[in-house]
Design a protein around this ligand. Structure first.
Ligand code: SAH
Length: 344
Protein backbone atom coordinates (compact mmCIF):
# COMPACT_ATOMS: atom_id res chain seq x y z
CA UNK A 1 0.00 0.00 0.00
CA UNK A 2 1.18 3.50 -0.80
CA UNK A 3 2.00 5.97 1.98
CA UNK A 4 -0.62 8.74 2.13
CA UNK A 5 1.01 12.14 2.57
CA UNK A 6 -2.28 13.53 3.93
CA UNK A 7 -1.62 11.69 7.17
CA UNK A 8 1.41 13.90 7.85
CA UNK A 9 2.33 17.45 8.84
CA UNK A 10 5.09 19.47 7.15
CA UNK A 11 7.99 18.27 9.33
CA UNK A 12 6.91 14.70 8.95
CA UNK A 13 6.65 14.96 5.13
CA UNK A 14 10.12 16.54 4.98
CA UNK A 15 11.45 13.71 7.19
CA UNK A 16 9.86 11.03 5.00
CA UNK A 17 11.34 12.62 1.86
CA UNK A 18 14.80 12.85 3.45
CA UNK A 19 14.69 9.10 4.00
CA UNK A 20 14.14 8.79 0.25
CA UNK A 21 17.17 11.06 -0.31
CA UNK A 22 14.86 13.86 -1.50
CA UNK A 23 16.07 17.29 -0.26
CA UNK A 24 14.15 19.26 2.37
CA UNK A 25 13.03 22.05 0.02
CA UNK A 26 11.40 19.47 -2.25
CA UNK A 27 9.60 18.01 0.74
CA UNK A 28 8.28 21.48 1.50
CA UNK A 29 7.12 21.97 -2.10
CA UNK A 30 5.38 18.60 -2.09
CA UNK A 31 3.67 19.42 1.21
CA UNK A 32 2.45 22.76 -0.15
CA UNK A 33 0.87 21.04 -3.15
CA UNK A 34 -0.67 18.45 -0.87
CA UNK A 35 -2.28 21.18 1.25
CA UNK A 36 -3.65 22.75 -1.95
CA UNK A 37 -5.56 19.50 -2.43
CA UNK A 38 -4.08 18.33 -5.73
CA UNK A 39 -5.05 14.83 -6.71
CA UNK A 40 -1.79 13.66 -8.30
CA UNK A 41 1.95 14.32 -8.30
CA UNK A 42 1.55 15.16 -11.96
CA UNK A 43 -0.08 18.47 -11.02
CA UNK A 44 3.03 19.61 -9.07
CA UNK A 45 4.54 21.77 -11.81
CA UNK A 46 7.71 22.77 -9.94
CA UNK A 47 8.71 19.13 -9.37
CA UNK A 48 10.95 17.45 -11.99
CA UNK A 49 9.36 14.65 -14.00
CA UNK A 50 11.78 11.96 -12.78
CA UNK A 51 11.02 12.85 -9.16
CA UNK A 52 7.27 12.78 -9.82
CA UNK A 53 7.65 9.25 -11.15
CA UNK A 54 9.73 8.24 -8.13
CA UNK A 55 7.10 9.66 -5.76
CA UNK A 56 4.21 8.03 -7.59
CA UNK A 57 5.65 4.56 -6.92
CA UNK A 58 5.64 4.83 -3.16
CA UNK A 59 3.33 7.68 -2.11
CA UNK A 60 -0.14 9.01 -2.69
CA UNK A 61 -0.99 12.68 -2.46
CA UNK A 62 -4.75 12.17 -2.55
CA UNK A 63 -6.72 9.55 -0.64
CA UNK A 64 -10.16 9.98 -2.20
CA UNK A 65 -11.98 10.95 -5.37
CA UNK A 66 -15.33 12.61 -5.93
CA UNK A 67 -17.83 10.10 -7.33
CA UNK A 68 -20.88 12.31 -7.14
CA UNK A 69 -21.60 15.94 -6.40
CA UNK A 70 -25.01 17.42 -5.74
CA UNK A 71 -25.56 21.15 -5.60
CA UNK A 72 -28.57 22.77 -3.98
CA UNK A 73 -30.26 25.24 -6.29
CA UNK A 74 -31.59 27.27 -3.40
CA UNK A 75 -28.58 27.91 -1.16
CA UNK A 76 -25.34 26.73 -2.79
CA UNK A 77 -24.93 23.77 -0.43
CA UNK A 78 -22.84 21.08 -2.07
CA UNK A 79 -22.90 17.48 -1.08
CA UNK A 80 -20.05 15.21 -2.07
CA UNK A 81 -19.90 11.48 -2.28
CA UNK A 82 -16.24 10.41 -2.12
CA UNK A 83 -14.61 7.09 -2.80
CA UNK A 84 -11.67 6.16 -0.59
CA UNK A 85 -8.69 4.22 -1.96
CA UNK A 86 -10.11 0.93 -0.59
CA UNK A 87 -13.43 1.53 -2.39
CA UNK A 88 -15.43 2.61 0.65
CA UNK A 89 -17.82 5.51 0.13
CA UNK A 90 -18.20 8.50 2.46
CA UNK A 91 -19.99 11.81 2.22
CA UNK A 92 -19.39 15.40 3.28
CA UNK A 93 -21.26 18.66 2.85
CA UNK A 94 -20.07 22.18 1.98
CA UNK A 95 -22.28 25.00 3.28
CA UNK A 96 -22.15 28.73 2.89
CA UNK A 97 -22.95 30.66 6.05
CA UNK A 98 -22.62 34.36 6.76
CA UNK A 99 -19.77 33.62 9.16
CA UNK A 100 -17.85 31.66 6.54
CA UNK A 101 -17.71 28.47 4.53
CA UNK A 102 -18.37 25.40 6.63
CA UNK A 103 -17.70 21.77 5.90
CA UNK A 104 -19.46 18.91 7.60
CA UNK A 105 -17.15 15.90 7.51
CA UNK A 106 -17.55 12.20 8.25
CA UNK A 107 -15.40 10.52 10.91
CA UNK A 108 -16.32 6.88 10.21
CA UNK A 109 -17.56 4.81 7.29
CA UNK A 110 -21.11 4.25 8.52
CA UNK A 111 -21.87 4.25 12.24
CA UNK A 112 -22.77 1.74 14.92
CA UNK A 113 -24.79 3.99 17.24
CA UNK A 114 -28.21 3.05 15.78
CA UNK A 115 -30.02 6.38 16.35
CA UNK A 116 -33.48 5.68 15.04
CA UNK A 117 -33.83 8.83 12.91
CA UNK A 118 -30.38 8.71 11.30
CA UNK A 119 -29.57 7.33 7.86
CA UNK A 120 -25.83 6.87 8.56
CA UNK A 121 -26.31 3.95 10.87
CA UNK A 122 -28.59 1.82 8.68
CA UNK A 123 -25.73 -0.36 7.42
CA UNK A 124 -23.67 -0.34 10.62
CA UNK A 125 -20.02 0.63 10.97
CA UNK A 126 -17.71 -0.46 8.14
CA UNK A 127 -14.48 1.04 9.42
CA UNK A 128 -12.84 4.01 11.10
CA UNK A 129 -11.58 6.93 9.02
CA UNK A 130 -7.98 8.00 9.47
CA UNK A 131 -7.00 11.58 10.35
CA UNK A 132 -5.75 12.00 6.78
CA UNK A 133 -9.11 10.89 5.41
CA UNK A 134 -10.88 13.49 7.56
CA UNK A 135 -8.41 16.13 6.34
CA UNK A 136 -8.78 14.80 2.79
CA UNK A 137 -12.47 15.75 2.75
CA UNK A 138 -11.53 19.38 3.43
CA UNK A 139 -8.64 19.43 0.95
CA UNK A 140 -10.72 17.85 -1.80
CA UNK A 141 -13.66 20.20 -1.34
CA UNK A 142 -11.43 23.31 -1.16
CA UNK A 143 -9.68 22.23 -4.34
CA UNK A 144 -12.96 21.45 -6.06
CA UNK A 145 -14.79 24.65 -5.09
CA UNK A 146 -11.76 26.96 -5.18
CA UNK A 147 -13.06 28.41 -1.91
CA UNK A 148 -11.42 28.52 1.48
CA UNK A 149 -13.15 26.64 4.27
CA UNK A 150 -13.05 28.39 7.63
CA UNK A 151 -15.24 26.18 9.81
CA UNK A 152 -15.31 22.44 10.29
CA UNK A 153 -18.04 20.43 11.95
CA UNK A 154 -17.62 16.74 12.74
CA UNK A 155 -21.27 16.02 12.11
CA UNK A 156 -21.21 13.86 9.04
CA UNK A 157 -21.51 10.09 9.23
CA UNK A 158 -19.98 8.44 12.26
CA UNK A 159 -19.44 9.05 15.94
CA UNK A 160 -16.25 11.10 16.44
CA UNK A 161 -15.69 9.96 20.03
CA UNK A 162 -15.87 6.33 18.87
CA UNK A 163 -12.79 7.13 16.76
CA UNK A 164 -11.07 9.19 19.43
CA UNK A 165 -7.37 8.90 18.59
CA UNK A 166 -7.73 9.59 14.88
CA UNK A 167 -10.04 12.54 15.59
CA UNK A 168 -7.38 14.02 17.92
CA UNK A 169 -4.71 13.44 15.31
CA UNK A 170 -6.96 15.15 12.74
CA UNK A 171 -7.42 18.18 15.02
CA UNK A 172 -3.64 18.57 15.24
CA UNK A 173 -3.24 18.29 11.47
CA UNK A 174 -6.02 20.72 10.55
CA UNK A 175 -4.97 23.22 13.23
CA UNK A 176 -1.26 23.09 12.34
CA UNK A 177 0.07 26.62 11.57
CA UNK A 178 1.95 25.25 8.55
CA UNK A 179 -1.04 23.23 7.39
CA UNK A 180 -4.62 24.47 6.95
CA UNK A 181 -4.27 26.46 10.16
CA UNK A 182 -7.97 26.28 11.04
CA UNK A 183 -8.44 27.54 14.58
CA UNK A 184 -9.81 25.22 17.25
CA UNK A 185 -12.59 27.74 17.87
CA UNK A 186 -13.79 27.11 14.34
CA UNK A 187 -14.17 23.39 14.90
CA UNK A 188 -17.20 21.59 16.36
CA UNK A 189 -17.25 17.99 17.51
CA UNK A 190 -20.70 16.48 17.78
CA UNK A 191 -21.37 13.38 19.88
CA UNK A 192 -24.35 11.20 20.65
CA UNK A 193 -23.14 11.25 24.25
CA UNK A 194 -20.25 8.85 24.88
CA UNK A 195 -19.56 9.90 28.47
CA UNK A 196 -16.02 8.45 28.83
CA UNK A 197 -15.04 10.15 25.55
CA UNK A 198 -16.36 13.50 26.79
CA UNK A 199 -14.37 13.08 30.03
CA UNK A 200 -11.23 12.36 28.02
CA UNK A 201 -11.84 15.29 25.68
CA UNK A 202 -12.32 17.58 28.67
CA UNK A 203 -8.75 16.89 29.78
CA UNK A 204 -7.37 17.96 26.39
CA UNK A 205 -8.54 21.51 27.20
CA UNK A 206 -9.20 22.37 23.58
CA UNK A 207 -10.96 25.51 22.41
CA UNK A 208 -13.26 23.49 20.16
CA UNK A 209 -17.04 23.56 20.49
CA UNK A 210 -18.56 20.41 21.88
CA UNK A 211 -22.05 19.61 20.59
CA UNK A 212 -24.23 17.02 22.28
CA UNK A 213 -27.05 15.35 20.37
CA UNK A 214 -29.73 15.29 23.03
CA UNK A 215 -33.05 15.08 21.14
CA UNK A 216 -35.18 14.10 24.16
CA UNK A 217 -35.63 15.08 27.79
CA UNK A 218 -36.51 11.79 29.44
CA UNK A 219 -34.69 8.48 29.41
CA UNK A 220 -37.54 6.38 27.99
CA UNK A 221 -37.91 8.54 24.96
CA UNK A 222 -34.18 9.15 24.47
CA UNK A 223 -33.37 5.45 24.72
CA UNK A 224 -35.91 4.76 21.99
CA UNK A 225 -34.46 7.45 19.72
CA UNK A 226 -30.84 6.87 20.71
CA UNK A 227 -29.98 3.42 22.09
CA UNK A 228 -26.67 4.76 23.49
CA UNK A 229 -28.81 6.38 26.18
CA UNK A 230 -29.27 2.97 27.82
CA UNK A 231 -25.56 2.95 28.55
CA UNK A 232 -25.15 6.66 29.34
CA UNK A 233 -28.51 8.02 30.52
CA UNK A 234 -29.43 11.70 30.56
CA UNK A 235 -28.41 12.39 34.20
CA UNK A 236 -24.96 10.97 33.60
CA UNK A 237 -24.59 12.84 30.33
CA UNK A 238 -25.68 16.19 31.75
CA UNK A 239 -23.40 15.73 34.77
CA UNK A 240 -20.38 15.29 32.53
CA UNK A 241 -21.49 18.27 30.40
CA UNK A 242 -21.60 20.45 33.48
CA UNK A 243 -18.14 19.26 34.46
CA UNK A 244 -16.94 19.93 30.91
CA UNK A 245 -18.11 23.55 30.84
CA UNK A 246 -16.68 24.21 34.30
CA UNK A 247 -13.35 22.71 33.41
CA UNK A 248 -12.89 24.15 29.90
CA UNK A 249 -14.86 27.41 30.24
CA UNK A 250 -16.43 26.54 26.89
CA UNK A 251 -20.15 26.72 26.23
CA UNK A 252 -21.74 23.47 25.10
CA UNK A 253 -24.17 23.22 22.20
CA UNK A 254 -27.12 20.88 22.58
CA UNK A 255 -28.65 19.60 19.39
CA UNK A 256 -32.36 18.96 19.56
CA UNK A 257 -33.96 17.58 16.39
CA UNK A 258 -37.65 18.40 16.46
CA UNK A 259 -39.75 15.44 15.36
CA UNK A 260 -43.47 16.07 14.90
CA UNK A 261 -45.56 14.48 17.64
CA UNK A 262 -42.50 12.83 19.14
CA UNK A 263 -40.47 15.37 21.14
CA UNK A 264 -41.81 18.77 20.08
CA UNK A 265 -44.53 19.53 22.64
CA UNK A 266 -44.56 22.60 24.87
CA UNK A 267 -44.20 20.34 27.87
CA UNK A 268 -41.06 18.90 26.31
CA UNK A 269 -39.69 22.43 25.83
CA UNK A 270 -40.35 23.13 29.53
CA UNK A 271 -38.53 19.92 30.45
CA UNK A 272 -35.59 20.84 28.26
CA UNK A 273 -35.37 24.30 29.81
CA UNK A 274 -35.48 22.73 33.24
CA UNK A 275 -32.80 20.08 32.74
CA UNK A 276 -30.42 22.53 31.02
CA UNK A 277 -31.04 25.46 33.35
CA UNK A 278 -27.69 25.16 35.18
CA UNK A 279 -25.47 24.41 32.22
CA UNK A 280 -23.62 27.06 30.24
CA UNK A 281 -25.11 26.15 26.88
CA UNK A 282 -26.77 27.01 23.64
CA UNK A 283 -29.51 24.95 21.98
CA UNK A 284 -29.72 24.20 18.28
CA UNK A 285 -33.27 23.34 17.29
CA UNK A 286 -33.20 21.30 14.10
CA UNK A 287 -36.38 20.48 12.24
CA UNK A 288 -35.64 16.82 11.54
CA UNK A 289 -34.66 15.88 8.02
CA UNK A 290 -37.12 13.17 7.02
CA UNK A 291 -35.22 10.04 6.05
CA UNK A 292 -36.91 7.92 3.45
CA UNK A 293 -36.35 4.68 5.37
CA UNK A 294 -37.97 6.14 8.52
CA UNK A 295 -41.39 7.57 9.22
CA UNK A 296 -40.40 10.69 11.19
CA UNK A 297 -41.73 14.07 10.14
CA UNK A 298 -40.34 17.52 10.88
CA UNK A 299 -42.12 19.87 13.24
CA UNK A 300 -43.71 23.05 11.86
CA UNK A 301 -41.79 26.32 12.01
CA UNK A 302 -44.45 27.75 14.36
CA UNK A 303 -43.91 24.89 16.72
CA UNK A 304 -40.15 25.34 16.58
CA UNK A 305 -40.60 29.04 17.40
CA UNK A 306 -42.86 28.22 20.35
CA UNK A 307 -40.22 25.80 21.59
CA UNK A 308 -37.60 28.51 21.30
CA UNK A 309 -39.76 30.97 23.27
CA UNK A 310 -40.12 28.56 26.16
CA UNK A 311 -36.34 28.08 26.31
CA UNK A 312 -35.83 31.85 26.36
CA UNK A 313 -37.85 31.98 29.57
CA UNK A 314 -35.21 29.71 31.08
CA UNK A 315 -32.53 32.10 29.80
CA UNK A 316 -31.40 29.55 27.29
CA UNK A 317 -30.43 30.90 23.93
CA UNK A 318 -31.78 28.72 21.16
CA UNK A 319 -31.47 29.00 17.41
CA UNK A 320 -33.62 27.29 14.85
CA UNK A 321 -31.24 25.87 12.35
CA UNK A 322 -31.93 26.94 8.83
CA UNK A 323 -32.35 23.89 6.71
CA UNK A 324 -29.69 23.79 4.03
CA UNK A 325 -29.63 21.47 1.08
CA UNK A 326 -33.02 19.90 1.78
CA UNK A 327 -33.39 19.34 -1.96
CA UNK A 328 -30.20 17.26 -2.19
CA UNK A 329 -30.41 14.62 0.56
CA UNK A 330 -28.06 16.54 2.80
CA UNK A 331 -29.05 14.71 5.99
CA UNK A 332 -26.47 12.36 7.45
CA UNK A 333 -25.89 9.29 5.37
CA UNK A 334 -28.80 9.70 2.99
CA UNK A 335 -26.80 10.03 -0.18
CA UNK A 336 -24.42 7.23 0.72
CA UNK A 337 -27.35 4.91 1.35
CA UNK A 338 -28.74 5.65 -2.08
CA UNK A 339 -25.37 4.74 -3.53
CA UNK A 340 -25.24 1.45 -1.62
CA UNK A 341 -28.89 0.67 -2.38
CA UNK A 342 -29.97 2.48 -5.56
CA UNK A 343 -33.64 1.47 -5.20
CA UNK A 344 -34.16 3.96 -2.33
N1 SAH B 1 -22.49 10.90 15.93
C1 SAH B 1 -22.46 12.30 16.16
C2 SAH B 1 -22.20 13.13 14.93
C3 SAH B 1 -22.89 12.75 13.65
S1 SAH B 1 -24.61 13.06 13.56
C4 SAH B 1 -23.71 12.76 16.89
O1 SAH B 1 -24.58 11.93 17.14
O2 SAH B 1 -23.80 13.92 17.26
C5 SAH B 1 -24.74 14.80 13.48
C6 SAH B 1 -26.05 15.36 13.94
O3 SAH B 1 -27.11 15.10 13.01
C7 SAH B 1 -26.53 14.78 15.26
O4 SAH B 1 -27.06 15.77 16.08
C8 SAH B 1 -27.61 13.82 14.80
O5 SAH B 1 -28.46 13.48 15.86
C9 SAH B 1 -28.23 14.62 13.68
N2 SAH B 1 -29.09 13.86 12.76
C10 SAH B 1 -28.97 12.61 12.32
N3 SAH B 1 -29.97 12.29 11.48
C11 SAH B 1 -30.74 13.37 11.37
C12 SAH B 1 -31.94 13.68 10.67
N4 SAH B 1 -32.54 12.79 9.90
N5 SAH B 1 -32.44 14.93 10.83
C13 SAH B 1 -31.85 15.87 11.61
N6 SAH B 1 -30.73 15.63 12.29
C14 SAH B 1 -30.18 14.40 12.19
Amino acid sequence: MKISLREHDLDSVVEIMKKEKIPGFRGKQIFEWMIKGVSSFDEMNNIPKALKEQLEEKFEVSNMSVVEKLESKSDGTKKYLMQLTDGNIIECVFMKYRHGNTICISTQVGCKMKCSFCASTLHGLSRQLTAGEMLGQILTVQHETGERISNVVLMGSGEPLDNYDEVMRFLKLVNHPKGLNIGMRSITISTCGLVPGIEKLMLEKLQITLAISLHATDNDKRSKLMPINKKYPIEMLLAVCKKYTNSTGRRITFEYALIAGENDSKEEAENLGFILRNIHCHVNLIPINPVIEKSFKATSLDNAKAFQTVLKRYNIEATIRRELGGDIDAACGQLRNKHINPTL
